[in-house]
Write a protein that binds this ligand. Structure first.
Ligand code: ADP
Ligand code: ADP
Length: 220
């Protein structure tokens, strides 16, 4: 059973081919890097996983469901840390987790979730007081609500100091160790080198390579 599978996944925007018969297989519990320059097709792929857009041809299976046929099931089993997440400055960390729980229909323990992302002592503070690193850890915690099978990270760690980057890496490793599949999309090679088990390189909607980091080093 695979966590994520795409078969000849194709997306056209008019004349422009954003994804060109894209094939990928990701196993459960992998930290999988999705590496490509701007415009490569990463957001398009993620948007198809979430059924925000539909493929022109081919299909995706995420957490055992086709997003196009079962969008609610897929969204229930996926957590997303978007690149453009935003927090409400006047609401506390706890209130953000509560919001995510309401949306997810989950009743897990808010403080336990805050502890998991290192914010046990900051839950009562409005997020307007948070550093960028704390804000991203909170967004990560919100993505973990509902205990997703697959966690999608879209360009994480941009604009965060080195300590904050280390914190997020540690959280990612912990999640993967507990069986969550991590789909880590980025244009920064160093990020995937630091943490990913395997990496797919995408360019102009085509798969250039899929390999382990050491395998890629031998090839390139
Ligand atoms: P990435 O996330 O890797 O930066 P995208 O998936 O956003 O890449 O974009 C892939 C290609 O599809 C790019 O050439 C982009 O300009 C194009 N594209 C993305 N969204 C649209 C859209 N809504 N309409 C037209 N072209 C689009
Ligand atoms: P990212 O780098 O995160 O993929 P983009 O800047 O490529 O973000 O895209 C931001 C938004 O603009 C997306 O909703 C995408 O679909 C849309 N978009 C990207 N390229 C084009 C394009 N060439 N024409 C129309 N919309 C586009």
């Amino acid at each position: 059973m695979t966590a994520i599978e795409t078969t000849n996944l194709t997306k056209q925007y008019g004349e422009r081919t954003a994804l060109d018969e894209f094939n990928l297989e990701i196993e459960h519990g992998e930290i999988f890097g999705f590496l490509g320059p701007n415009g490569a097709g990463k957001s398009t792929t993620i948007d198809i996983f979430l059924d925000f857009i539909r493929p022109t041809d081919g299909r995706a299976i995420v957490a055992d469901h086709n997003p196009q046929d079962s969008p609610l099931e897929v969204r229930q089993n996926i957590g997303v840390l978007p690149d453009d997440y935003s927090l409400y400055d006047s609401l506390t960390g706890s209130e953000h987790i509560e919001l995510a729980k309401d949306l997810n229909g989950s009743d897990e323990d808010t403080n336990a979730l805050l502890s998991r992302v290192g914010l046990a002592d900051a839950g009562d503070q409005p997020t307007g007081n948070y550093s960028k690193g704390m804000a991203q850890r909170l967004a990560f915690g919100m993505a973990l609500v509902g205990d997703p099978d697959v966690l999608i990270l879209d360009e994480p760690s941009t604009g965060i100091d080195p300590n904050g980057v280390q914190d997020i890496r540690e959280l990612i490793r912990e999640e993967a160790a507990s069986g969550t599949t991590i789909f880590f999309s980025t244009h920064i090679l160093e990020q995937v080198e630091a943490i990913c088990d395997r990496v797919a390189i995408i360019n102009e909607g085509e798969l250039v390579a899929v390999d382990t980091i050491s395998g890629l080093r031998e090839t390139f």
